[in-house]
Design a protein around this ligand. Sequence first.
Ligand code: PLP
Length: 493
Amino acid sequence: MRYHQAIYEVPLLFEGCESSLIDHADDRCADMIPRDLLRTSLELPDLPEREVVKHFVNLSQMNFGVDNGMYPLGSCTMKYNPKICDDLSSMDTVAHMHPLQDVSTMQGALALMAELEEMLCEIGGVDAVTLQPAAGAHGEFTGMQIVKAFHESNGEARKEVVLPDTAHGTNPASAAMVGYDVLDIPSKDGCVDVDALSKTISDDTAAFMLTNPNTLGLFEKDVREIARIVHDAGALLYYDGANLNAIMGKTSPGMMDFDIVHFNLHKTFATPHGGGGPGAGPVGVKRRLDEYLPVPRITKRGDAFDLDYDRPRSIGKVKAFYGNFAVLVRAYAYIKMQGGEGLERVSEQAVLNSNYLKSKLKDLFDMPYGDLRKHEFVLSGKVLKKHGLRTMDFAKRLLDHGFHAPTVYFPLIVDEALMIEPTETETKDTLDAFVESCKQILSEDPEIVRTAPHNTARSRIDEAKAARDLILSWRGHKIKKTHSGDGQRSSRA
Ligand SMILES: *Cc1c(COP(=O)(O)O)cnc(C)c1O
């Protein structure tokens, strides 16, 4: 595949515009604002709309996204999402809604939310859902608070949350944030080691957190036995349902005896994600945990929807107002559009694509732990070492071929891990082209691979610096420039 990313040498919008900063000193409202609160300048660049549009369109072309290529980031479900869901969520009646509107004027929104709750109950096999949490990790945090409230109301102060070593990093973080000690158990053949679990679970265990299929793409077939062990100890079973793509319509967390589940609407249900944009991480629970869900709950009196705050055992609010409503609208539209059968086909196609790609790639690399995978699979890039290369080099070189890199170095139990999730939205031609590129890269001059990417707007960046040394505003940039005194445009990449 031939691929070359666009390169524009675009200055920041602020650069070169400092002389034309908007002067608000003679603003008509100035008289109404106390002198000492009045700013004389907002330090915003004064630019024609045309320049602003050009700037952002150019920048967008120096980026890689789901809209311009395959994005097989494992444990992320970077699928292509139908644009109609975006259209619906940007309708005036959605975008111009005000969170302080009277409930009597919000009936349509509440009807949509109530129906979305019902649909998620069915998909998740649970009895009640809250739409409030803003992300998967936030859903986990909400779930852990429910765990805590449940045990406390039973007069128990359980201190530990147990999880397998394949768990997503947000799981231990969420449990720790709620105040739990986190115990990690090693996997056996890539799945939960049931004996190790039995030995670890005690009457101090508050919950066991699990994702199924797990992050290796393996279905935990002992899940019922796991549930029995956890429940016999009086603990709760938490399902990380961030990537529900593999199981919709086939099984559900509820059928697998989980008590609590979070969904990532921005992975499975049509909100484009990445870059930390708004998401939604609804949480579903079985009947006995219903009373702990965040307030307000949506209720119906006669024909009218209302918000119920009178729930004495609720953990309280976890997000202002209605959660990220536009994300809920997208998910609602997507689920309605697919219907039950459509969602089942999504899962079948996602698992088929993953296994097709796996069968083409597993002999080029090494694939530890079993064969049949669900929506994703994990290869080991250790074969690269004999060329003096690492998985990171391979991943960067894929960008030169027009493919976003897979997830690398996760899960931690696989040496030089490459975690690939093609999703259901890629065609066979694209999957074949991906395989072809992988083969080509493995036979290329290792030096080219080691120094990749070459065809992108930016060559290899210092990722640790990019993560630790964030400069996200013009003011931050100026402060940095003053302190470092080098005048470099260091924030541009
Ligand atoms: C993405 C993901 C999460 C976290 O979801 P966010 O919305 O990014 O907070 C949790 N668990 C798994 C398995 C995930 O893939």
